[in-house]
Write a protein that binds this ligand. Structure first.
Ligand code: DAT
Ligand code: MG
Length: 164
């Protein structure tokens, strides 16, 4: 399996719960590298609409949008073997109740709110193609491969950073 990048974003409820280090640790312990992290940022409405354009007609979209605008998020790029599906498995199902039943150790099961659909702590790309689109959307750069990947020695400070 080839190494690939995926886009991950800690949502406002994850930032409020200060989950950054715990989430980094989950990735690092599963042989994935966190290769880029953006400072906490409050998203603009337009980028949320673009990111969730497949859901604009859903009845829950207004709740999703206001939730995503309710506080800062942390955009990240994760890299490794089979990163897209591996990260999706580690975060667990979209629905937190389902996550608790089917994947109780997943990030969404452990930290998501089962009573409010949008509050599932974390986003991760669902395909390789979308990963590249989303990285471009949130980091404003094209990343075909691992051109910007940190060397293994520079991953050490990043891991320490995660432990803070
Ligand atoms: P995922 O985030 O697992 O890729 P998605 O792209 O279908 O799932 O939906 C984006 C987000 O929208 C999801 O993380 C939480 C929210 N959401 C999805 N389905 C929902 C629903 N039925 N009710 C409330 N919020 C929902
Ligand atoms: Mg999705």
């Amino acid at each position: 399996m080839a190494k690939e990048v995926t886009y991950v974003m800690i949502k406002p409820d994850g930032v409020k719960q200060k989950l950054f280090s715990k989430i980094c640790k989950v990735f690092l312990e599963n042989d994935l590298d966190v290769i880029e992290i953006q400072n906490e940022i409050v998203l603009k409405k337009d980028i949320v609409r673009e990111h969730y354009s497949h859901l604009l007609n859903e009845s829950f979209y207004p709740d999703l949008e206001s939730f995503m605008l309710s506080g800062p998020v942390i955009p990240m790029i994760v890299y490794g073997e089979d990163a897209v599906s591996k990260v999706r498995a580690l975060i667990g199902p979209t629905n937190v109740k389902k996550a608790r039943e089917e994947s109780p150790n997943s990030i969404r099961a452990l930290y998501g709110n089962p009573d409010f659909g949008p509050a599932n702590v974390i986003h991760a790309s669902d395909s390789r193609e979308n990963a590249l689109i989303e990285i471009k959307r949130f980091f404003n750069k094209e990343l075909q491969r691992s051109k910007e990947v940190l060397t293994s020695s520079s991953i050490i400070p990043l891991s320490l950073n995660c432990a803070i």
